[in-house]
Design a protein around this ligand. Structure first.
Ligand code: ADP
Ligand code: MG
Length: 242
């Protein structure tokens, strides 16, 4: 069984069937990129994997354990699976340091000093140790997004979900965020990203999944998807964005 296994998952919002029997498998240390037109269900799928949405059919397993349906410990799931969203979701009234130490101290019950030391090491790593006491609105968008990523890493998740995390950034700030993701990929972090950064997907992805109307319509190694897509929808989508 794969590290992450999405099996025949259905998700409806009222009459709107958004995920229509979707299947996806992710191996440990893989970087899987979800691409596809707006509204095809990328964000919804990521939110289902993180337990932020209930599903109506199928199941999702992580490391063999069922993480959907009755009896699932959502707190445990959210410790294991980190998620970073498009719009910076740092807590605006907390310093950068407080943002990063909050979950480790509250959820993992890590002693404050240990959490702070760990947060400082993470900040140092992204070159933002000098911003530890700053508030989110004193940072650039790219800095905020990198802090959001290390905040997720502070929980030592086994899987990191990233939902179009560069889409709201000014173009000149995108690369600093992608560089951090490249590093994490090299270190073997298992990641699933919804992304419009095709160059990044092409370079870093283990696998690219083209989603269309709530299913994975075509998937394969980036080289194949980008240079030799087999399905007409995939071809049309790629032609529309280049
Ligand atoms: P994508 O991320 O690929 O653009 P989404 O997963 O955001 O797609 O959205 C897929 C569909 O689900 C859209 O039709 C959207 O309107 C709908 N949808 C997403 N979230 C909700 C929600 N909380 N309530 C109702 N409809 C939603
Ligand atoms: Mg989305």
């Amino acid at each position: 069984m794969s590290f992450l296994q999405v099996r025949n998952v259905y998700k409806r919002f009222g009459a709107n069937e958004v995920l229509r029997g979707i299947n996806l498998s992710v191996e440990e240390h893989q970087v899987v990129c979800l691409i596809g037109p707006s509204g095809c269900g990328k964000s919804t799928l990521l939110r289902c994997i993180n337990g932020l949405e209930e599903i109506q059919g199928g199941e999702i397993r992580l490391h063999g354990d069922r993480i959907t349906g009755p009896g699932v410990d959502l707190n445990a799931l959210r410790r294991d699976v980190g998620i970073v969203f498009q719009s910076f979701n740092l807590f605006p009234h907390m310093s950068v340091l407080q943002n990063i130490t909050l979950a480790p101290t509250q959820v993992l019950r890590m002693p404050q000093a240990e959490a702070q030391a760990k947060a400082m090491a993470l900040l140092k790593r992204i070159g933002l140790a000098h911003k530890a006491q700053a508030y989110p609105d004193q940072l650039s968008g790219g800095q905020q997004q990198r802090v959001a990523i290390v905040r997720a890493l502070a929980m030592e998740p086994m899987l990191l979900l990233l939902d179009e995390i560069t889409s709201a950034l000014d173009p000149e700030l995108v690369s600093e965020v992608l560089n951090l993701l490249r590093e994490l990929a090299r270190e073997g972090m298992t990641m699933v990203l919804a992304t419009h950064e095709m160059g990044f997907a092409r370079e870093v992805a283990s696998k690219v999944c083209f989603m269309y109307e709530g299913v994975v319509h075509e998937e394969g190694p980036p080289e194949q998807i980008f240079t030799n897509p087999q399905h007409e929808r995939t071809q049309q989508f790629l032609a529309s964005i280049i």
